[in-house]
Design a protein around this ligand. Structure first.
Ligand code: SF4
Length: 399
C-alpha cells in the first residue's frame, strides 16, 4: 500500500490506471456536522460556512467528472457523512442534479441519504424524495436521553419519531434507524427499552452497533482518564444476543452481524461492501474499490479541495490487491453476512478451483470448535462464532 502523509503533488492514481468496470455503488461523503459526537471517528468538520459548502458541491461535481469516461452506472447511491442533511436544500438539489448530469444514475434502485433527526424537515425530505432518493437512514443511537448525552448527541428521542413521521408522510417507504449498544451506564434493561421503542416505530431496517472506542476520540480519552466504566463484555454479549432474538421475533432477522431487516428490505448498498463488489467513493475520506484497486481520498477537506482543484484524484492511499488478497477479503467481509460465503463466489478470483480445499485446515478446525458451519455450498459463522467474528476470520485466513 502506498500512503502519503503530507500534501504532495505526487499523483498516486489516475482514472486511466483503472480498467473501466461495472460500478455497483456510488458513495458520497458530505463532511459537515453541527457538533462532533464524542464516539465518532468519521471525518467531518463543524465550522462550515455557506461559502465552504458551495465550494464543496462544486468540487464534488468536479471529482465526479474525473470518472465520467468510465461511464459508471451504479445500482445504489449512498450519501453519508458527516450529516448530509446539513447541506442547505438548494445545494443538495444542485449536488443531486449535477451528479445526474455527469453520471448515468438511471439504473439506481436504491438511493440512501443519512439524516440527523434534529436537522430534517418535511420540505427537505419531500425534495429528496422528488429527486429520486428512496431510502433514509436516521441516527437515533438510543431512546434514553441520558445515554444520548453520554454520547454527546444533540437530539432528543422524540426528534426521531417526528422525523420518521415526516418521512412517512412525504412518502418514504424504506427507512433505517441506527442504534448503539454498550453505551457507558447502559444496562441490558435500558438497551431492551430502546430496542422496543425502535421496533414500535416499524422501520424495515435497523443497524445496531456495539460502541467502539476509536483512538483519539473524546470517548476514548474520557475512558482512559477514568471518567466512566465501559460496559462489561459479558453484558455487551447479552445485549447482542437479545438484539438478535428480539428483532428476529419481530420479523427483522439479522442479515449481517450488526444489521437487521424485514426480508427484502436489506441495504443493497452495504451488501456491495460486504460482497467486495465495486464501489466508487467521492468526497474527503471516501473509500473506493474497483476490481482490486482499493483507494482512499484525503481525509481533510482543504487537502481534498486542493487535489481536486489541481485536477487530480485526491487520493491518499492506493493499494492494488492480488487475486489471493481479493479472495481473502471476500471471505472476511462475506463472513459478516448471515448467508456466509459460497464456494462459487470465490472461484471467480482464479486462485483455486477448489476453495474448500484451499481453506481446508482452518475450516475443519473452526467447524470442530463450533464457530463455523460448513455445507456443500459454502460456510458461515455459527451463533457462537458471531460475537468473535474477527478472531474467527483471523484464524481462517492464517493458513
Ligand atoms: S452526526 Fe454522525 S458523523 Fe457527525 S459527529 Fe455525530 S456521529 Fe459523527
Amino acid at each position: 500500500m502506498v500512503r502519503l502523509d503530507l500534501m504532495s503533488p505526487t499523483v498516486l492514481l489516475t482514472p486511466d490506471q483503472v480498467t473501466p468496470t461495472t460500478v455497483q455503488g456510488l458513495y458520497v461523503h458530505i463532511p459537515f456536522c453541527f457538533h462532533k459526537c464524542h464516539y465518532c471517528d468519521f471525518y467531518s468538520i463543524t465550522r462550515q460556512s455557506r461559502e465552504r459548502m458551495d465550494t464543496f458541491v462544486e468540487l464534488l461535481l468536479t471529482e465526479a467528472s474525473f470518472w465520467q469516461h468510465h461511464r459508471p452506472r451504479p445500482r445504489t447511491v449512498f450519501f453519508g457523512g458527516g450529516t448530509p442533511s446539513l447541506l442547505p436544500l438548494d445545494l443538495m438539489q444542485k449536488l443531486i442534479d449535477g451528479l445526474k448530469k455527469l453520471l448515468d444514475l438511471s439504473g439506481v434502485i436504491e438511493w440512501t441519504v443519512e439524516v440527523n433527526p434534529a436537522t430534517s424537515d418535511r420540505e427537505y425530505l419531500a425534495m429528496l424524495l422528488g429527486h429520486g432518493v428512496n431510502r433514509l437512514s436516521l441516527g437515533a443511537q438510543s431512546f434514553d436521553p441520558r445515554e444520548l448525552q453520554m454520547l454527546e448527541r444533540h437530539h432528543h428521542p422524540r426528534d426521531v419519531e417526528q422525523s420518521l413521521r415526516s418521512a412517512i408522510d412525504v412518502g418514504f417507504e424504506r427507512l433505517n434507524l441506527d442504534l448503539i449498544y454498550a453505551i457507558p451506564g447502559q444496562t441490558l434493561g435500558s438497551w431492551k427499552r430502546s430496542l422496543e421503542q425502535a421496533i414500535s416505530l416499524q422501520t424495515g431496517h435497523l443497524s445496531c452497533y456495539g460502541l467502539t472506542y476509536e483512538p483519539n476520540t473524546p470517548m476514548a480519552v474520557r475512558r482512559r482518564i477514568g471518567e466512566f466504566q465501559p460496559v462489561d463484555e459479558s453484558v455487551e454479549l447479552q445485549m447482542l444476543r437479545s438484539t438478535r432474538d428480539m428483532l428476529c421475533a419481530h420479523g427483522l432477522p439479522a442479515y449481517e452481524i450488526s444489521n437487521y431487516a424485514r426480508p427484502g428490505d436489506e441495504c443493497l448498498h452495504n451488501l456491495i461492501y460486504w460482497k467486495a463488489d465495486n464501489y466508487l467513493g467521492l468526497g474527503p475520506s471516501a473509500a473506493s474499490h474497483l476490481e482490486g484497486h482499493r483507494f482512499k481520498n484525503r481525509p481533510h477537506l482543504r487537502e481534498w479541495e486542493q487535489g481536486v482543484m489541481n485536477q487530480q484524484l485526491p487520493v491518499i492511499e492506493h493499494e492494488r490487491l492480488t487475486p489471493e488478497q481479493r479472495m481473502n477479503e471476500r471471505v472476511w467481509l462475506g463472513l459478516r453476512l448471515q448467508e456466509g460465503v459460497r464456494f462459487e463466489d470465490l472461484i471467480r478470483y482464479h486462485v483455486t478451483s477448489d476453495p474448500y480445499d484451499y481453506y481446508r485446515s482452518g475450516l475443519q478446525k473452526l467447524s470442530e470448535s463450533g464457530l463455523i458451519e460448513v455445507s456443500n455450498t459454502g460456510f458461515c459463522l455459527t451463533e457462537r462464532g458471531i460475537p468473535i467474528a474477527d478472531s474467527v476470520v483471523a484464524e481462517l485466513l492464517a493458513r
